[in-house]
Design a protein around this ligand. Sequence first.
Ligand code: TXA
Ligand code: MG
Length: 353
Amino acid sequence: MSRRVAGREPVVSDSVMTDHGERYAEIQRLAELLRAGGLVAFPTETVYGLGANALDADAVARVFAAKGRPATVPLIVHLAAVEQLPIVTSRQSELALRLAQAFWPGPLTLVLPRASAVPDAVTAGLDTVGVRVPAHPLARALIAAAGVPLAAPSANPFTRISPTTAAHVRRQLGDRVDAVLDGGPTEVGIESTVVDASGERAVLLRPGGVSVAELEAVVGPVQRPTRDGDAALDAPQASPGMSERHYSPRARLIEVERDSRGQLVLSPAPGEASAWGLVRMVGGDATPFTGAAVDQRMPQDVTGYARRLFAALHELDEAGCEVAYVERLPAGPEWEAVADRLRRAGLRAADRG
Ligand code: TXA
Ligand code: MG
């Protein structure tokens, strides 16, 4: 048996379900909850999403309420397979199909002209919609079982740290979510790359799990939008969701470097009264710093670093850190998405002047 969506041809074979036979009953129960208008957090390969039936405006309104998210920031719609694109988009350019073929299922969101079935609330009133087919097998099984596309932002309160484990979701959203599908820690660790593919050329709206180099290998030069800078969080924006404040731990993040002997210089020095933390690279200076409540040793490769990043920031919060020193990242374009998340988490170079 295959699943039918909105009367269209079957789009997902049963292999998606049978691979998860031991979770079949759980997935069916959560799919039923989604069809009834509930909110279900689920794992994707990037971060956990807060899912609702994307075609149900009331369910979508509950997503915004649970996150405390302003109505001006649109949601990403998750599909079980590329064949579902016509349910939520009105036109699929050759550019979009090439990107979809190269990177789906995977951490790429395409912004395309929306179909009329998509409620205004999902797109923040825009005439485009963000869509992706996630690679996580539990996500695909859940979407297929629900039989409807799932609108799902990252499952965190607005402006706070994205969740990479089910425990992060429960700690931050608690009973504002009806259920959490636990798939363990996520693989990629940072959100999908968002590309506007509604025009002639691909435009990068958010760096993420697919690098610009990977995109350009498939479609040639990728354009950059003109940035809004520190646009007000609640004002309509040219590139919605590009607001500066995001992913924030409670700690103030200060970028630090090593001195000529390779030792980290904590400047300004941590105040004695407050809990503070350290996020440094493995392989370098391993000197223990007395008094650090958190001492994260981050992988030196970008894939490993991205996978650990949000968990490291969550640990700062859990330990009550007010200040955290973050070792400067290596140079190189492959670090763009990680550097973007740290900057929006509030990372600033120490004022040495
Ligand atoms: O990896 C991810 O993308 C995760 C997982 C759950 O899929 N989702 C996620 O969703 O990060 P969210 O809501 O936290 O971020 C979605 C971003 C928006 O902030 C916005 O920048 C962009 O996607 N977006 C969505 N629809 C758009 C549209 N129609 N036009 C422009 N940007 C859009
Ligand atoms: Mg988010």
